[in-house]
Design a protein around this ligand. Structure first.
Ligand code: GLU
Length: 295
């Protein structure tokens, strides 16, 4: 059974880059007779925008991207994350750390973490720098065959002990997604290439928590004219409800699917139906720069 998912963070409304990720994961799931689930990654209240979750659901509905089952909200699942943290604690795969960003930079000259607290555990009395919990990546090398980007390898020197629970008590992305994807029964993840590195960390957690493995595929990231990733943070324009068919058509061109011209004026249901039948993940390009959408 194929189970895919789309997991936006409600930091703003969906933009065209999000549509590409949503559409690619939807089409891959549906063309494999799978389920496509929706999870709202609302783990970080300070970064969230009021009403964004609702707008995201409306936007997906507008495009006809109907999800299966109930929407899942990460904010309601802290107990599961706590259980995972305890499991990692019991196998010594996590450790407390109270290093500030400044102290890490001063020690090693770079922001990536140098595992200092693994051999110098903080004393609990130091409240000036509250502790976070880090995953001990040890001497691991992570390898996988990405469904779009091909063979991936992250060696020990490229991995650093990432945070799984932050010093402000918020759960970090990697732990939460690993636990949730497992609990939701996700078998395939199709998402943006900006998360490629996170997949290495997610695979480490999958192995350590003895979770089921997942097939990862990363679509290229869409950039704006300045070459920055299209994102809510750099104010990518939200999707509008007025150009549904045109947006879907354009997204299919970017994803290398070569939709028939006549679909440009077809209904969203017809466009999606045809896209599911003709979906070819191998046709997705490694970047979009040479693609002219013509619309
Ligand atoms: N919530 C993450 C984001 O919006 C994506 C999570 C995922 O696809 O794993 O960047």
């Amino acid at each position: 059974m194929y189970i895919g998912r789309f997991a936006p963070s409600p930091t703003g409304e969906l933009h065209f880059g999000s549509l590409l990720a949503a559409l690619a994961s939807y089409l891959d799931a549906k063309s494999n007779n799978g389920l496509w689930l929706l999870r709202i990654d609302d783990l970080d209240p300070p970064r969230e925008t009021i009403g964004a979750s609702q707008k995201i659901l409306e936007s997906l509905n507008n495009y006809g991207l109907n999800w299966d089952r109930e929407v899942i909200y990460q904010s309601q699942r802290y107990t599961l994350y706590q259980q995972a943290l305890e499991k990692l604690l019991s196998t010594q795969l996590t450790y407390a750390c109270n290093c500030s960003r400044k102290s890490i930079l001063e020690r090693s000259g770079k922001p990536s973490y140098d595992s200092y607290c693994l051999s110098n555990p903080p004393s609990n009395t130091d409240i000036s720098h509250p502790i976070c919990w880090r995953f001990n990546t040890g001497q691991e090398t992570v390898q996988w065959l990405d469904g779009i980007q091909g063979p991936q390898i992250y060696k020990e020197s490229q991995l650093s002990d990432f945070i799984i629970k932050r010093s402000n008590n918020l759960w970090a992305y990697q732990l939460a997604v690993s636990v949730d994807d497992q609990q939701m029964g996700v078998t395939h993840i199709v998402r943006g290439q900006d998360l490629l590195r996170e997949s290495a960390n997610q695979l480490l957690l999958i192995k350590s928590l003895k979770l089921n493995s997942i097939q990862f595929s990363h679509i290229p990231t869409l950039t704006n004219l300045k070459g920055q990733k299209l994102s809510k943070q750099n104010l990518a324009p939200p999707l509008s409800a007025n150009n549904i068919s045109r947006d879907l058509f354009k997204a299919l061109i970017l994803l290398g699917q070569n939709p028939q011209k006549s679909l440009l004026n077809a209904s969203k249901a017809d466009i999606l139906h045809s896209a599911i039948i003709n979906w070819n993940i191998n046709a997705i390009p490694l970047d979009y720069s040479s693609i002219q959408t013509g619309v």
